[in-house]
Design a protein around this ligand. Structure first.
Ligand code: SF4
Length: 338
């Protein structure tokens, strides 16, 4: 009997590979037609600027392991247990999969920026998200809606995170460093542009992050303004007029931008609530899956034999996601051998 993994993003692929290497057979279920999850929307990784496509290729190669059976375009629709505890999962194509343990690696989705209407996403053409900027990097093209190279670009931190108005109090952890990385990439592509990051406070906790932040200021001349965007509007030339409260000097600030990038945070994955309900799991206060203990049970849920990894339980960066997936594989191996 196998270990069932829901989600073939970085966490699911890494856990599948580690479990297969330790002798387990794995049923890896992915709702999309391709593996990789949110990694597919990334151009370069931080802090080493490694190509996201290279990491995905490595994950892809790893899951070609003979012990891993990949189900693409598949979603679980029903869950049950047999008397001996065996897990049964029915997929939307009618297939029935049984397993000794189940790992949820369903990941996250990015915040829908339409919900911050005052920022003008979906209303003004020159307001884009950090995900759309990554795609522009992949295509090597950064232009305004009128086809010009932007002369002044603002990156807005904490969009969909740390925001009482939309009931998202948590920090998404990776958008500060993403903003710094994207600001540097913009500088390399547009050496003449003025680039500003508007932040609440800088959360650069990972190895190499602080150095990258310093380099962004000293070597790449990125300006960091401590302040929160209150609203955006548009002039006749489709330039954006933004109002920001500069919280360091305590003054309101008004300026025009050619392009505004919203650093969208993380939300629980699409279908998270249905999955929690189907598997009889618990929802954490931040809407992600509740783990059994925040210190010693970070890969365990309140259901025996059901485990969780990566951003299914809370926002985390890619490095921590891969580490967490290896931790989940060890936890499951111990459970199966106990
Ligand atoms: S990582 Fe930075 S931008 Fe993202 S939510 Fe936390 S403080 Fe805001």
């Amino acid at each position: 009997m196998s270990v069932i993994i829901i989600g073939a993003g970085p966490a699911g692929c890494e856990a599948a590979y580690r479990l297969a290497r330790s002798g387990e057979s794995v049923e890896l279920i992915e709702k999309e037609a391709e593996i990789g999850g949110n990694l597919n929307n990334w151009y370069q990784l931080f802090p080493d600027r490694k190509q996201a496509a290279d990491l995905k290729a490595k994950l892809r190669k790893n899951i070609e392991h003979p012990q891993i059976h990949l189900h693409l375009k598949s979603k679980p629709v029903a869950f049950s247990r047999q008397g001996d505890g065996t897990i049964q999962l029915t997929l939307d194509d009618g297939a029935l999969i049984t397993g000794k343990a189940l790992l949820v690696a369903s990941g996250f989705r990015t915040f829908d920026a339409h919900r911050k209407e005052e920022y003008g996403y979906g209303i003004y053409e020159n307001v884009i998200t950090s995900v759309e900027l990554e795609n522009a990097f992949i295509n090597h093209q950064i232009n305004t809606s009128t086809g010009h190279a932007p002369k002044r670009i603002g990156l807005i931190h904490c969009v969909g995170s740390r925001d009482e108005k939309i009931c998202r109090l948590y920090c998404s952890k990776l958008c500060c460093v993403t903003a710094v990385k994207q600001a540097i990439e913009l500088r390399e592509m547009l050496p003449e542009a003025e680039i500003l990051c508007f932040y609440m406070d800088m959360r650069m906790f990972g190895p190499g992050y602080e150095e990258m932040y310093r380099e962004a200021q000293e070597k790449y001349n990125i300006k960091f303004v401590r302040g929160r965007l209150s609203e955006a509007s548009e002039d006749r030339e489709k330039r954006l007029i933004i109002k920001v409260e500069d919280t360091l000097v305590g003054k309101p600030l008004k300026m025009t931008l050619d392009l505004m990038v919203l650093m969208v945070g993380m939300e629980p994955a699409e279908g998270n609530d249905q999955l929690i309900s189907m598997l009889n799991l618990q929802t954490a206060p931040n809407g992600f899956i509740q783990v059994s203990d925040p210190h010693s049970g970070t890969n365990c849920t309140h259901q025996k034999g059901i485990f969780v990894t990566g951003c299914s339980s809370s926002p985390m960066n890619l490095t921590d996601t891969l580490t967490d997936a290896r931790s989940a594989a060890v936890t499951i191996s111990e459970y199966l051998n106990s």
